[in-house]
Every structure is written in C-alpha cells, then in structure tokens.
Design a protein around this ligand. Structure first.
Ligand code: FAD
Ligand code: A2P
Length: 277
C-alpha cells in the first residue's frame, strides 16, 4: 500500500508514511479477551527504567500529531524487549486503533519513565503486597519478574481481581511461567503467593481485594498474619475508586503512604483516569 502510494506520487511529494518520532517496532501481539491484549516492542537502547514505572506510548493521530497515553511497562528492567498490557476501549481515542497493531508496525514510545510503584519509594520490610484490579496488574507483571523484589522481601503476595475468569489469564500464565524462569525461578519458589479472585463469575477464590483484606479472608487463606506496618509493605494499582478504598484499609492497618522523595509503607498509582467502562 505504502509502496503503491509512493510509486504513484509525484516525484516532489514526501514519502507517504511519515517517520514516527521515538518509534518502537512491535514484535509480538497477544489478544486475551475482547477487552484485553498485550504486546511487545523493541526496547530503545537508551531506555533505562525501574520495574514498576510507566511511559507515554501512542500512535500518530489523524491530524499527524502524536496521540499518547500513559502505560505501565509490564516487562522487568532486565528484559531486552518491552511489554505492555492493554485495555481495548471501543471508542477510546488510542486503544480503538492500538488494538489493531500487528508485528512489524511501529508505535511511538517516549523514553521518559516515571512512577511511584518502585522499590525506592518503600521502607525496607519483610512482606510486600501487590494489589491490583484489571490492567492495574501491569506494573506488577514487571515487579514480579524483577530479582530485586525477591532480594528485598521474604514474601511477595499478588492479589489481582477482575470481574471474570478470562480476565485473569494474562496474570495467571505470567505467574506460572515464573516458576520455570532460569533467572528468577529459584528465587520465586516459596516466596510468591498468588491470590487471584473474580467478582462476577464463579472461581475458587472470589470477592473484591478490599473485602478479602477487610474480612481477613486472604490472611486466613494464605496462612499470614494481618498487615503490620513493622513488616508489611504494599503497592496499589487500580481505578480511582479502588485505590481510595484500598488506601483506607491500609491506613487502618497503620501503613502510611510513601513517595519517591519520602519512602513509607505503601504507594499507589492510578491504572487509568476515568470512571471505568
Ligand atoms: P481514554 O480516553 O484514555 O480512556 C477512555 C475511558 O476508558 C477512561 O475514561 C476510562 O473510563 C476507561 N479506561 C481507560 N483505560 C482503562 C483501563 N486500563 N482499564 C479500564 N478502563 C480504562 N492502560 C492500560 O491498558 N495499560 C496500562 O498499563 C496503563 N497504564 C497506565 C498508567 C498510568 C499512570 C495511567 C494514568 C494510565 C494508564 N493506563 C493504562 C490508561 C491509559 O493511559 C489509557 O487511558 C488507555 O490506554 C485508554 O486510552 P484511550 O485513548 O483508548 O481512551
Ligand atoms: P465488582 O465486580 O464488584 O464491581 P472494573 O471492571 O469495573 O474496572 O472492575 C475490576 C474489578 O475491580 C472488579 O472485580 C470490581 O468488582 C473491582 N472493583 C471495582 N471497584 C472497586 C472498589 N472500589 N474496591 C474494590 N474493588 C473494586
């Protein structure tokens, strides 16, 4: 198509396909449900980031201007490639188009990683809780694959809640693959406790993260003591309502919110801006 357009164009016309600024080539795309997909791109050589951070990615909009959105990097900082885990919003300006990317396409990737879901923003502890709904799993997909997570903590608990079972599949396969991972398989063994739940379809464990924390069910199920600011640390990533409700529970356990500049016992990041779909 591009070749044809170029061939038919007058000699003075610039190339039909504009060269993307900060381009990254797509190397893999996996569709998990009609609302969720993940993809990998080549990692710009200059890009350094801390597991848990996010970057701005996107495509060229109709007007030729970059259409960018924040995305957590789902791959760990040691990985040669970059992975992202994405929603498909039917009429979303970016994801209505991004969901159609294919291997060999290019996306825009601004190489300026930032974010609060990083180890540096927490005081040392014994146990870390990763608390997520939906695509809020993405930063933890990075942190669960980072050796530093297992060097810093004796136990790592991943609580992930979605409405339906199929929405848990990306996380389930990722956790399963960790056990055979040559780099961190041994570190993960016995340390990573995975606690997926659903709220609207039958599953072995059900209920919202907030309800399972507040009722103490998750502590009972995993054989853990209730959260204690002396030992427990938490990172939270979900909708605004989820984050607000989880924060109240963590504060109830005596944990205080931290930041890069002021490490404390828990940190929070929005998984998206808006009320949900
Ligand atoms: P938008 O106009 O951006 O959103 C339209 C509406 O769709 C929103 O108002 C909201 O109601 C809903 N929505 C948007 N994103 C989500 C979502 N992820 N889950 C459920 N509902 C949503 N999105 C990802 O898919 N993966 C990520 O790793 C990711 N990381 C983010 C990190 C940060 C710090 C922030 C602020 C947002 C992140 N997002 C992530 C959301 C992302 O920036 C976009 O909002 C999303 O890609 C949809 O873009 P859009 O242009 O299609 O629609
Ligand atoms: P529920 O089904 O009870 O609403 P969504 O798809 O709306 O983003 O929600 C993803 C998951 O997060 C769902 O399982 C949903 O549970 C749960 N959830 C939504 N809001 C909250 C909240 N304020 N606190 C805890 N869990 C929430």
């Amino acid at each position: 198509m591009t070749e044809l357009a170029t061939m038919n164009a007058p000699a003075t016309t610039p190339a039909a396909k504009p060269h993307l600024p900060d381009a990254a080539k797509v190397t893999q795309v996996t569709h998990w449900t009609d609302r969720l997909f993940s993809f990998r791109v080549e990692r710009p050589q200059s890009l350094r980031f801390r597991s848990g951070e996010f970057v701005m990615i996107g495509l060229l909009g109709d007007t030729g201007k970059p259409l960018l959105r924040a995305y957590s990097i789902a791959s760990p900082s040691w990985d040669d490639g970059l992975e992202f885990y994405s929603i498909k919003v039917p009429d979303g300006p970016l994801t209505s188009r991004l969901q159609h990317i294919a291997v060999g396409d290019e996306i825009i990737l601004r190489p300026k990683p930032v974010g609060t879901l990083v180890h540096d923003a927490l005081l040392p502890g014994k146990r870390i809780w990763f608390l997520a709904t939906g695509t809020g799993l993405a930063p933890f997909a990075s942190l669960m694959r980072d050796p530093e997570t297992y060097e810093k903590y004796d136990q790592v608990i991943m609580m992930h809640t979605c409405r339906e079972v199929a929405e848990l599949e990306y996380g389930r396969q990722l956790v399963e693959s960790l056990h055979d991972d040559p780099l961190i398989g041994e570190m993960v063994a016995g340390k990573l406790l995975y606690y997926p739940t659903t709220t609207r379809e039958a599953f072995p464990h059900m209920g919202r993260v907030t309800d399972n924390l507040a009722s103490g069910k998750v502590f009972q199920d995993l054989g853990l003591p209730p959260m204690d600011p002396a030992t427990d640390r938490a990172m939270v990533c979900g909708s605004l309502a989820f984050n607000v409700d989880v924060k109240a529970i963590l504060e109830g356990f005596g944990l205080r919110e931290g930041a890069n500049s002021d490490p404390q016992e828990y940190v929070v990041e929005k998984a998206f801006v808006g009320d949900g779909i």
